[in-house]
Design a protein around this ligand. Structure first.
Ligand code: NHX
Ligand code: ZN
Length: 682
């Protein structure tokens, strides 16, 4: 993506030195090469007497005198290696050379002639050379420094430039924002591409409207907001929403992440903020989008106990606060930010006049999920048995990103199974995989282990079938998956309000596995660790946060403002009381679970046996054993209410609307209605 021209350095070429990388490489290779090719390091140093001896024994074939370094290099004959190197002969075999210090070139020549006068001594080939290592000597002296300098430049460049475009030592203070202008937005996202999020979308659309048509708002005396902050769990589409703003706004759009301000140099963050706002004001009207703003926006002065806080981050934040105050309301710069932790942001940042608006982006509900599924499914080759409503009902708690993952995973699974189209089964496998992890069919288990697992899982299943507020069961398996040897799968209900009864029933069915082990097997195993962890956490939350225990009624020790606090907001006595209440709570639910299992021992045993036999059983099988569940699930309740509402509407419309238009309008809608009704008739 194009970098804004402002960002390009106006300094000489020196610093945009990404083109100089080859030079660094060359220098390095050169030095290393010289080091290794140099004979100095492999030739043997010998004394003056030794060279005399070598010459007299005809052991050298050639001598080179390096005149200005005052040494001579002699090449030893192959057959005479022992004379020169003794037992080290093999070590020097590849480079049979010796070095000897000489008083001077003249003196050495004289001596050599003297030695060769004797009988039987052959003439040695003698050459003279100027110092060959003049340059080498230079490199040995200055090479390390040169290397260091290049290394330093390299590091500086990396720090300044980052991945995006030209940078360097002189560029650290420049903002790293990416600019999307009218022309340069290759993968443009529009509001149409954003499924679900209808309320958030409306809010954000209004921001675009402010920029396109400010007069409409200012004429009535209204002020244009300075900023909006998108808040919501990960994967819900905050960044996508911001991208859609960029796509729709028709104004320049600066995009950067909170961590882009952070650098190891002091003061850089603040100067980047200044630079960003300077650029933005030049381009106004425009939008600045800061993703993950909690990286800089975290409340100041906290963490004081952990070493005085982070001055650099705080000065960056201060600069941001100042800049947001600084630009006038109508200067046409609107700030968008995204975070999933609005509670830890500095209060000064989220006050009116800075980020005036908080736009909450929630996890999608069943309708939103349907819309999201439709977006992603349109890219897949689907079999006819895909029912989007069913899929969206099967994926409570999934974010937009999760759904995208499900669709992709389903396509991959279908491909692995050599299918030409992705069908419902592939989607269910994908959902299971994403929730539970990889299926491990080949894990070796003995018959008795299988029985124990089946007893445990049947325990969960029995309890949740028998308790009114437990989540409805989908299936029970003893096929290992992820870390678990078996599991009871529920369809979590998307309740808006969760009551104490809900929580207690869920806790009871969580403990049902362990209870069944104790009752049926007579012993308990370590496998229930995950069940116990979850139920204990839940019990702790009920006592300390929701004020649901008998002795600590209506007391909440949760601190939504606390940022990693190490001090507990209650006394030692209360701590003890909380612990006691948690114990009582868990134990009473455990006893209750055992009681339910005793009452349904027969059914539980049948269930476990069926589980060993079939490995996977579904809700209908439980129905066959225990009879129909006495309570309808929230989903069933919702569907019934929907049907009633639609039936009422129909009655109304049949009175008022003429037959013709009724035919046209209701044709499409009538078909799914039959689908919904069918299971009810059974
Ligand atoms: C082990 N795993 O660690 C074996 C391999 C009691 C029949 N020796 O409660 O599988 O014992 O209802 C997330 C999810 C640890 C984290 C499951 C961490 C399971 C699962 C231990 C069934 N189903 N336990 C269960 C189980 C085990 C474990 C987990 C986790 C068992 C139980 C795991
Ligand atoms: Zn369990």
């Amino acid at each position: 993506m194009a970098q804004e021209s402002n960002n390009k350095p106006k300094m000489p070429n020196f610093k945009s030195s990404s083109g100089l990388y080859w030079l660094y490489g060359l220098v390095a290779i050169f030095l290393v090469g010289i080091y290794f090719s140099d004979d100095n390091h492999s030739a043997k140093e010998i004394g003056y007497n030794e060279i005399k001896y070598l010459v007299e024994t005809n052991s050298v074939s050639k001598i080179t005198v390096i005149t200005n370094d005052k040494y001579a290099e002699a090449t030893v004959k192959e057959g005479k290696m022992r004379n020169a190197f003794g037992s080290d002969s093999t070590k020097y075999a590849a480079n049979p050379k010796v070095h000897v210090k000489i008083p001077s070139a003249d003196r050495f020549t004289e001596d050599l002639t003297e030695w060769q006068k004797e009988d039987g001594v052959e003439k040695v080939d003698l050459t003279f050379t100027e110092d060959s290592s003049m340059f080498e000597g230079f490199l040995y002296t200055f090479g390390p420094f040169i290397l260091l300098i290049f290394f330093w430049m390299f590091i500086m460049q990396r720090m300044g430039g980052g991945g995006a475009g030209p940078g360097g030592v002189f560029n650290v203070g420049k903002s790293k924002a990416q600019l999307f202008d009218k022309g340069n937005n290759p993968n443009k996202v529009t509001f149409k591409d954003v499924a679900g999020l209808s309320e958030a979308k409306q809010e954000v659309e209004e921001i675009v409207e402010f920029l396109k048509n400010p007069a409409r708002y200012t004429e009535l005396g209204g002020k244009i907001p300075k900023g909006a902050i998108l808040v919501g769990p990960p994967g819900t589409g905050k960044t996508l929403l911001a991208k859609a703003v960029a796509g729709e706004a028709d104004v320049p759009f600066f995009s950067l992440s909170g961590s882009d301000f952070v650098e190891m140099f002091v003061g850089v963050g603040a100067s980047r903020v200044r630079d960003l706002f300077r650029q933005a004001k030049e381009k106004a009207p425009c939008i600045i989008f800061i993703d993950e703003i909690d990286a800089i926006g975290r409340a100041r002065g906290k963490n004081a106990s952990m070493g005085g806080g982070n001055d650099e981050r705080e000065s960056t934040l201060n600069q941001l606060l100042t800049e947001m105050d600084g630009f006038g309301t109508n200067s046409g710069v609107i700030l968008l930010a995204a975070t999933n932790r609005v509670d830890i942001l500095d209060k000064a940042l989220v006050r009116a006049g800075r980020f005036d608006r908080q736009i909450h982006v929630d996890l999608p509900d069943v309708h939103d999920r349907k819309a999201i599924f439709n977006v992603h499914l349109s890219k897949l080759k689907l079999a006819d048995d895909i029912d989007v409503d069913f899929l969206s009902r099967q994926t409570p708690g999934f974010s937009g990103a999760d759904i995208a993952n499900v669709c992709n995973e389903a396509a991959l699974i279908a491909a692995r199974r050599n299918k030409t189209r992705v069908d419902k089964e592939d989607f269910l496998s994908a959902v299971d995989r994403i929730i539970g992890g990889l299926e491990k069919k080949n894990k070796i288990t003995t018959r008795s282990e299988k029985w124990s697992i089946a007893v445990h899982e049947a325990g969960h299943a029995t309890i949740s079938w028998m308790l009114q507020y437990a989540d409805p069961l989908v299936k029970v398996t003893i096929v290992p998956r992820g870390m678990a040897l078996g599991a009871a799968w529920y369809l979590p209900e998307e309740r808006q309000l969760i009551t104490k009864e809900n929580l207690l029933d869920k806790m009871c069915s969580l403990l049902g596995g362990r209870a069944a082990e104790e009752l049926v097997l007579g012993t308990i195993g370590t496998g229930a660790i995950n069940d116990l962890e979850r139920s204990t956490k839940q019990a702790y939350a009920m006592v300390a946060y929701y004020g649901m225990s008998d002795k600590l009624t209506n007391l909440c020790y949760y601190d939504s403002q606390a940022d990693y606090s190490f001090t507990k907001p209650y006394s030692e006595e209360t701590a003890k009381l909380i612990d006691d209440e948690v114990k009582t709570l868990i134990n009473s639910q455990y006893e209750r679970a055992k009681q339910v299992l005793r009452e349904n021992a027969e059914g539980h045993r049948k269930l476990a046996e069926l589980l060993v036999e079939r490995e996977v059983i579904f809700a209908d099988d439980l129905e066959k054993i225990f009879g129909k569940r006495k309570w309808e699930s929230r989903n069933e309740e919702l569907m019934r209410e929907n049907e009633n509402a639609q039936a009422e509407k129909k009655e109304d419309s049949s009175v008022t609307v003429s037959e013709e238009s009724q035919n046209n309008e209701n044709k499409e809608k009538e078909i799914p209605e039959v689908d919904v009704e069918k299971p009810k008739e059974d």
